[in-house]
Design a protein around this ligand. Structure first.
Ligand code: SF4
Ligand code: SF4
Length: 420
């Protein structure tokens, strides 16, 4: 079930003024190192309008069909709040505003959220401890303590959604290690969390996770058992049948879905003059993506990486709007481009690489650099890999296993030039 509201500019600005004045945002924004002014933020929010909401699984909650993330640019967070984005991903990264900081200053819990806490769903993600998501351990006590400390830091009083980040390595681990659930139960008894969720990655073919299984296998088991309420997982245009089947299963079971890694090359498409020359004139890749995700898929909600206020407007203004003929043509062009250029992170090639290269991770970091302009972080992640892309011997063993027929050695060489 979904609905969308439309407001006139005058009503929107009036409402925005009431909201921001009540929250002290106007005063707080003054003197801050924000690139956008309050007027820019209000204009952006007006262009986007109020976000439609979808029911999350078969629960009682309705969340904005495109959710927000705590690491967005502060002005995009402010605009998102004005547009009624009510679900905030990784809210544990926020911390208590101090004297002189603003509702929109990077890294601080938005004042709007603190003033009207019940109106927002704030999510905490808990990670394995003593290592990475591949090598670390599930630790009930570690998860429990992490959430308690995050609550002190963020002053959010409670988190709505407790999410086991990256998820299980195998179905057997899911069945035999109930640490994430036990930590959740303890926190829930204390009124510190409310809903149980998981973010599930794929570990098939991952040299650091022997016997690792795919997100599809794990999600099937998790949805079937029914302990978790909703999951976050990779999903984008051109993904193919396995993910569609997961979404069908989720719908049948009343299980909620919030998808991530949705933009699959939209950033580089937008900056490719040859691609844009042929793209429908009154459409943009991010806007088409938002229209498609919110009106033409079986998902409940999606998170889309946003770099700045302009991208917020370009992307989020597509939410809830049907695909026009031009958008459908644009989407077809996006699928064709992505299939040739952008790894879908399925991991299917990795177990065939004699060098045990983390091909999907390397190409994920390439996405961070090329599509999100997060080159610094991408290079940092790349530097932490045991083996970098220049270890590829061009043997070709991976090639028959890529469902897209990607030119993997060539892609890896390109990634190394950017990240090495
Ligand atoms: S071509 Fe490179 S990435 Fe592919 S299997 Fe051979 S060494 Fe691994
Ligand atoms: S290179 Fe191909 S097979 Fe390997 S993860 Fe990417 S899309 Fe999948």
């Amino acid at each position: 079930m979904s609905h969308q509201y439309h407001m006139g500019r005058r009503e929107f600005i009036t409402r925005s003024a009431v909201v921001t004045a009540g929250l002290g945002v106007t005063a707080a924004l003054n003197g801050l190192a924000l690139d956008a002014t309050r007027r820019d933020i209000e204009e952006a929010a007006h262009k986007v309008g109020k976000l439609l909401r979808h029911r999350l699984g078969n629960g009682k909650r309705e969340i904005s069909a495109l959710v927000g993330a705590s690491d967005w640019a502060p002005e995009a967070i402010e605009a998102g709040i004005l547009c009624d984005i009510n679900y905030w991903h990784k809210a544990q990264r926020w911390q208590k505003p101090t004297t002189g900081t603003s509702a929109g200053q990077r890294g601080f819990t938005p004042t709007a959220v603190l003033k009207n806490r019940e109106a927002y769903y704030c999510e905490v993600t808990v990670d394995r401890v003593r290592g990475s998501h591949e090598t670390g351990e599930i630790d009930e006590e570690g998860f429990y303590q992490f959430v308690k400390q995050a609550l002190v830091r963020s002053v959010l009083h409670y988190f709505d959604d407790y999410k086991f980040h990256f998820g299980y390595h195998t179905v057997a681990e899911w069945k035999n290690n109930r640490g994430p659930l036990k930590a959740y139960e303890r926190l829930k008894k204390e009124g510190l969390v409310k809903h149980l969720a998981i973010s599930q990655h794929s570990y098939n073919g991952n040299a650091k996770v022997p016997g690792g299984e795919s997100a599809v296998d794990m999600l099937e088991a998790i949805i079937d058992e029914g302990l978790y309420e909703h999951a976050q997982f990779f999903y984008t245009f051109g993904d193919g049948d396995p993910m569609e089947q997961i979404l069908d299963l989720a719908r049948r079971k009343g299980f909620g879905s919030i998808v991530m890694k949705t933009s699959r090359g939209a950033g580089r498409m937008k900056e490719d003059p040859e691609f844009m020359k042929k793209f429908p004139a009154d459409a943009s890749p991010h806007n088409v993506l938002a229209r498609w995700l919110t009106t033409s898929t079986k998902i409940d909600a999606a998170v889309i990486a946003i770099q700045d206020l302009d991208q917020f407007v370009d992307t989020y203004s597509g939410a809830g709007k049907p695909l026009r003929a031009a958008d459908v043509r644009g989407l077809e062009q996006m699928v064709a481009y992505a299939n040739q250029e952008v790894c879908r992170l399925c991991n299917q090639c990795m177990s065939h690489c004699p060098q045990q290269l983390q091909i999907a991770d390397i190409l994920r970091y390439e996405r961070y650099a090329l599509d999100y302009h997060e080159k610094k972080a991408a290079r940092r992640f790349y530097g932490q890999l045991d083996k970098q892309a220049d270890s590829c011997t061009e043997c070709g063993a991976c090639l028959p296993h890529c469902p897209q027929g990607l030119r993997i050695p060539e892609k890896l060489a390109g990634a190394h030039r950017i990240l090495g």
